[in-house]
Design a protein around this ligand. Structure first.
Ligand code: CUA
Length: 406
C-alpha cells in the first residue's frame, strides 16, 4: 500500500515540475502581463472567468469529496441492501438549473463587454510631419501576412480602407513599407487593417492585444497600442505551412519624437549612404535580387513582384533600420551592435537550412513559398552582405538590445 502512493506522489511532483517549467516571468509571448488598454481588458476577462471557475471548482470538488467521505461504507457487514433512493427534490432541481444559468449569463456579459471594447478600433489622429509638412494622421497601418513574414504598410496621405486598398495582392504604393517590425508612437491607439496575400495567418502581439486572422482577399480591422516605449514580441498563430513557427514579428513603440525621426528616415531615400566601396554589392543586388526585392531608387524598373506564391518578398529599402530579418527569426545586429554578417551570409547561402520553405525541386507550375537558394558565389554573398548593411539608418542601441531574438 505504501509503495504505490509514494510513486504517485513522485509522479505528481514531476508533473507539477514539468508544468511550471513552462512558466517564465520574462516570457516574450506572455498574455498575463498586459501593456495596453485592450490587453488589460482581455486579461481582466481571464481573471474574472478564472475566479468564477475557481469557486465552482472548489465547491463541486469539495462537495464530491465531502459526500464520498460522509456516505462511504465504514465497514462491510454483509448487508447488500440497496441504498435509499432520493428523487424529485424540486428546490434542488430548480436551483441547479437556475444557478448555472445565472453564472453563464454573468460570463456572457463579461465576454460580450470585452469583445465590444476591444473591437472598437476608432483611434485619435496623430500629428506627424511628412515631407516637411505637419499633418493629422488617422493612424492606420496595413498588416499583410505572407508565407512566412509580415509586412507593414503606412499610408500618410489617403484614407485607408478596403476601397482605397483594393486587391490585397495589388495594393497602391505606400509611403513606408517595412517587414518584421511595426513601429508605432507610444501611448497612441493605432488602427490596423489586417490581410494576407497567400493563406490564412493570424496576427498576435500578446502584450498589446488579442489575435486577428489575416485572410486572403479580406481586410479585417484591429488595433494596437502600447503604454510605454519598448519592444513587444509576436508570432503568427494560425498554422500556415512549413515555417509557420518561424513567422515572428515585433512591435517597437517609440516616443513621439523618436517616431518622427523614424518616419523621416523611412521617407527618405535609403541610398544616401552608398559609396564606391559597395558598388559591387549594388551590382550583385540588381543582378540577383531585383525581380523579387525592391530597394526604392535602385531597382524600381526591374522589380516585378516576386516569383513566389504571395507574389511579394520583403521591401529592402531601409533594411538595416530593422533589427530582425528572415521573418523575424534572425538578428540584423550582433550583441555588440555590429552588423550580423554571419547570419546574413548564411541566409543568402542556404535559406532552406535556416527556414523550411520547399523552394527547391518543386513540381512544374508550383511556386515556391519562401526565399529560394540562388546558388550565389561566396564573393557575391560577401558583396551583398556589405550592401545590405548600407541600406538604411542603424537603429538606436536600446532597440537592438531589446529586439534580439534567440
Ligand atoms: Cu503565418 Cu502561421
Amino acid at each position: 500500500m505504501n509503495k504505490p502512493s509514494n510513486r504517485s506522489l513522485l509522479g505528481l511532483i514531476v508533473l507539477v515540475g514539468l508544468v511550471t517549467a513552462g512558466c517564465a516571468s520574462d516570457a516574450e509571448l506572455d498574455t498575463l502581463q498586459p501593456q495596453s488598454e485592450n490587453a488589460r481588458e482581455i486579461d481582466d476577462l481571464l481573471d474574472s472567468v478564472l475566479a468564477i471557475a475557481g469557486v465552482i471548482f472548489v465547491l463541486v470538488l469539495g462537495g464530491v469529496v465531502y459526500m464520498s467521505l460522509r456516505q462511504r461504507v465504514k465497514s462491510y457487514d454483509g448487508d447488500d441492501e440497496f441504498p435509499q433512493q432520493i428523487t424529485h427534490n424540486n428546490t434542488l432541481e430548480i436551483g441547479w438549473t437556475i444557478v448555472p444559468a445565472i453564472i453563464m449569463v454573468v460570463v456572457a456579459v463579461l465576454t460580450i463587454t470585452t469583445h465590444l471594447a476591444i473591437n472598437d478600433t476608432e483611434a485619435n489622429a496623430v500629428e506627424v510631419e511628412v515631407a516637411g509638412e505637419s499633418m493629422s494622421w488617422e493612424p492606420k497601418v496595413v498588416v499583410v501576412g505572407h508565407q512566412w513574414w509580415w509586412e507593414f504598410r503606412y499610408y500618410f496621405s489617403e484614407d485607408v480602407d478596403a476601397d482605397m486598398l483594393g486587391d490585397p495582392r495589388d495594393m497602391p504604393p505606400a509611403d513606408i513599407v517595412t517587414s518584421g517590425q511595426m513601429i508605432i508612437p507610444t501611448g497612441e491607439e493605432i488602427e490596423l487593417v489586417v490581410t494576407s496575400r497567400d493563406v490564412i495567418h493570424s496576427f498576435w502581439i500578446p502584450a498589446l492585444n488579442g489575435k486577428r486572422d489575416a485572410r486572403p482577399g479580406f481586410y479585417a480591422d484591429w488595433e494596437i497600442a502600447a503604454d510605454d516605449p519598448g519592444v513587444y514580441f509576436g508570432q503568427c498563430t494560425e498554422f500556415c505551412g512549413l515555417s509557420h513557427s518561424r513567422m515572428r514579428m515585433q512591435v517597437v513603440a517609440m516616443e513621439g519624437g523618436d517616431f518622427q525621426n523614424w518616419v523621416d528616415e523611412q521617407m527618405g531615400p535609403a541610398i544616401d549612404r552608398i559609396g564606391a566601396d559597395i558598388a559591387a554589392g549594388r551590382e550583385a543586388f540588381v543582378a540577383n535580387c531585383s525581380s523579387c526585392h525592391l530597394v526604392s531608387g535602385v531597382n524600381d524598373d526591374l522589380y516585378s513582384g516576386a516569383a513566389v506564391e504571395s507574389a511579394a518578398a520583403p521591401n529592402l529599402t531601409h533594411f538595416a533600420s530593422r533589427t530582425t530579418f528572415a521573418g523575424g527569426i534572425l538578428n540584423t545586429y550582433n550583441e555588440d551592435g555590429t552588423f550580423n554578417r554571419d547570419d546574413m551570409a548564411a541566409w543568402l547561402r542556404a535559406p532552406e537550412e535556416i527556414k523550411d520553405n520547399a523552394a527547391n525541386d518543386l513540381p512544374d507550375g508550383v511556386l515556391p513559398r519562401g526565399m529560394p537558394n540562388l546558388g550565389l558565389s561566396e564573393r557575391t554573398i560577401s558583396d551583398l552582405v556589405a550592401y545590405m548593411e548600407s541600406l538604411g539608418e542603424r537603429p538606436a542601441d536600446w532597440i537592438i538590445a531589446a529586439t534580439e531574438v534567440e
